[in-house]
Design a protein around this ligand. Sequence first.
Ligand SMILES: O=C[C@H](O)COP(=O)(O)O
Length: 255
Amino acid sequence: MTPGIRPLVAGNWKMNGTSASLNEIRMIGNGFMSGLDAETEALVCVPATLLAHAAEILSRTPVHAGGEDCHTKESGAYTGCISAEMLKDAGATHVIVGHSECREQRGEDDATVQAKASAAWRAGLAAIICVGETQQQREAGATLDVLSRQVAGSVPPSATPSNTIIAYEPVWAIGTGLTPTATDVAEAHQHIRERLSEKLGSVAAKMRILYGGSVKPSNAVELLGVRNVDGALVGGASLKAADFLGIAEAYRNIS
Ligand SMILES: O=C[C@H](O)COP(=O)(O)O
């Protein structure tokens, strides 16, 4: 938590979900209508095939719909790719960029991630920029250096709290059930906040820094209660409305 920052609980469905899954979206939207939005803002990033449907369902609720990735260009000969403008047109308010799965599987570097964040703004979307170390980097004691490099290279210099959210996702914690200790999370988030301050100045104090990596209802109070943790980016547990809502409910027990 950071005083004065409203936390964001964001889901990332990754390559999961068909039209049969839209009922979970409906239940997430309804859950936030029953008062949860007082504590947190909520967002579900879904595959592009579901985005327009999800956005339509969520338009009657406080929950936003988002995309999971975007191209740097607005349009053109990029078969299979989706621009930020297309996501916006389908109803997105946010897009994730630089997720470790994109960095690793598609060889995305920091410059590309930064260009994608700028593309998101060009379309009127907020960018959720992901950073985080691998297991190997962690074992080599390089976590903070990696985070410094990724913040320096991936965050555009004109980022503001309204157009940019940072997500710290230790790669080794994603989908593994493993999580860093609260002390490690606090150190990483403080380090990111400091690097953002150096880069962006005073606006960094109000920028949301989410934690992602095996967040579940059972560990949400501990992880989300850490200083400088301003919400969660949730993968597997966002696929089930009950789990996603359970994570958001953690804020009722965090002071
Ligand atoms: O974007 C979400 C993260 O990769 C976390 O995924 P997870 O909650 O399944 O570990």
